[in-house]
Design a protein around this ligand. Structure first.
Ligand code: CS2
Ligand code: MG
Length: 399
């Protein structure tokens, strides 16, 4: 099982995806997702220029050793670009190992701890009727848990609508507007209306997307308590971990954090002090199966569960890796699941199933995803950025 080919494939069927494909001398292939939304080509360069030369000739079976070599051997540690590249190598190696064993990856990770993974989707609308329609559509699609995002009176856009970025060759980031006080006034009434319409059973989630100060987050968590949220996500910018102590003192609304984290070190304080309830890390952005598993095992000691990031900018390869890990661990909480577009599903042939609101990675050996290189070649990279926010006075704000 010597690695003798490593290709970095960039394709943009519905949006940009970066995939690492490793091939061994005996013909086994493994895929890893290296997509970093809006910064895709930085990971491509890191892989092609710095990582691929280290992989050729190595034993594909030595997953932990390869991980440590790429992490420690670089000297410059952590960071989203590095960790996305390491994640892609790691998942590709697990894919190869599981194929060599003739097993779906979750079996190598310890076997299934459940029959399927509860998943949530994104409902959004600029006003209540639009939001209710979106919730109903998600329920028709089978979702048994739903994230609620809504327009705020006076603001131009609704955060939470999936976008593929601006698909023009010379695209620049879109500017959005933000007003925290208007948002805090508006949101509790939205959740009250959703609860009245859809009843007490439906698990509801909300993402504040790093926009609040600690005291604003504390107030929001408190004001949403009557509506029994499954979680409030990214209530404050995650860099300031101590901020969560203040939030926790004031609210029992469960908190989810971590989609922009890359390593266990980012979680050290918030797990040890039990400042969160769900770990939002994605396999793709947290150093792969090898590293995210360590984060989740650490979290398990504190009854903190997984809530892996699963937006459409994580490719089907990254999603498949998440499903195998989520099926195997004991402390699975929920999986975010936004369906990919039809072109993406043609480029990436997948084995996962979606039934009764539950995801399952399927029984194909490996992670269960194959990349159709000819299809991928039809969709070249398109420059695309995430949007950013400005307040009414022009100040740049967290998006
Ligand atoms: C969001 C994401 O899914 C989520 O919770 O926060 O849509 C996020 O904005 C994007 O994945 C960024 O790439
Ligand atoms: Mg989020």
């Amino acid at each position: 099982m010597i690695i003798d080919r490593a290709e970095v494939i960039v394709t943009s069927p519905d949006r940009n995806f970066v995939t690492l494909k490793l091939t061994t001398g005996d013909g086994l292939t493994g895929l890893g997702d290296a997509t970093l939304n809006g910064r895709e080509l930085a990971v491509v360069a890191y892989l092609r220029d710095h990582v691929v030369p280290l992989l050729l000739g190595r034993d594909a079976g030595r997953i932990e050793d390869t991980w440590q070599l790429l992490y420690r051997g670089a000297y410059w540690r952590r960071g989203p670009v590095t960790m996305a590249a390491i994640a892609a190598v790691d998942v590709a190696l697990w894919d190869i190992k599981a194929k060599a064993a003739g097993m779906p990856l979750y079996q190598l990770l310890g076997g299934a701890s459940r029959t399927g993974l509860l998943a949530y989707g994104h409902a959004s609308g600029s006003d209540l009727p639009e939001l209710f329609d979106s919730v109903r559509r998600h329920r028709e699609l089978g979702y048994r848990a739903i994230r609620i995002q809504t327009g705020v009176p006076g603001l131009k856009v609704v955060y939470g609508i999936a976008s593929n970025g601006t698909a023009e060759a010379d695209a620049l980031p879109v500017e959005e507007d933000w007003d925290t006080r208007a948002y805090l006034r508006h949101l509790p009434a939205v959740f009250e209306a959703v609860r009245n319409e859809f009843g007490p059973e439906l698990p509801l989630l909300h993402d504040a997307h790093h926009r609040l100060t600690p005291i604003q987050a504390a107030r929001l968590g408190q004001s949403l308590e009557p509506y029994d949220l499954f979680w409030l996500e990214d209530c404050t910018p995650a860099e300031n971990q101590e901020a969560l102590r203040l939030v926790r003192r004031h609210t029992v609304t469960p908190l989810a954090i971590g989609e922009v984290f890359n390593t266990v070190f980012d979680y050290q304080q918030i797990i040890r002090e039990q400042l969160i309830d769900y770990v939002r890390g994605a396999v793709t952005h947290t150093g792969g199966i090898t590293h995210l598993r360590k984060v989740l095992d650490f979290a398990a000691q504190y009854q903190i569960k997984s809530g892996m990031h699963g937006p459409a900018d994580i490719s089907p390869v990254g999603m498949a890796a998440a499903l195998h890990l989520g099926l195997a661990i004991h402390n699975f909480g929920i999986q975010e699941y936004m369906m990919h577009g039809a072109r993406t599903d043609q480029v990436f042939q997948q084995s996962f199933t979606w039934s009764g609101g539950l995801l399952h990675p399927g029984e194909r050996p490996g992670i269960g995803v194959e990349l159709d290189v000819d299809e991928a070649g039809k969709y070249p990279y398109v420059r695309a950025y995430l949007p950013y926010n400005r307040l009414a006075d022009g100040t740049v704000h967290d998006w």
